[in-house]
Design a protein. Sequence first.
Length: 129
Amino acid sequence: MTSWLSVNEMTEQGFLVDALEMPAYPIVMERITDEELASVGRIIKSLANARKDGDEAGYGVNAVAFHSGLFRCTGYPRLQQLIRLVIRSVGLRDDKALSYPFATPECAPPVGHRALRSRAGAGPGAGRE
């Protein structure tokens, strides 16, 4: 059986992810260790490779791993559970009806992702006081 997400459902998905993750970015910036950041960086490379190869299943698995890995450092298990619940509903779908909009401008990473990427590129301890 194939199921489709409507535009409204995809919009809701983005809203839910933002509602959970955006308030947590300052906590991530404060608490993430260099080792955790390196681990997330490896996941991002796998995510990029899956995108480049058109591997939607691999992209979905890595998307879930990215969000889980990034927010693990908050130390909030319920937040992590909710993020996984919301991300998994789209990221690990068994059908092939879902196509990730890889080439659209709307796929630009949110501000929090860019801030973390900037910090990661600045070297160990960057952004910490």
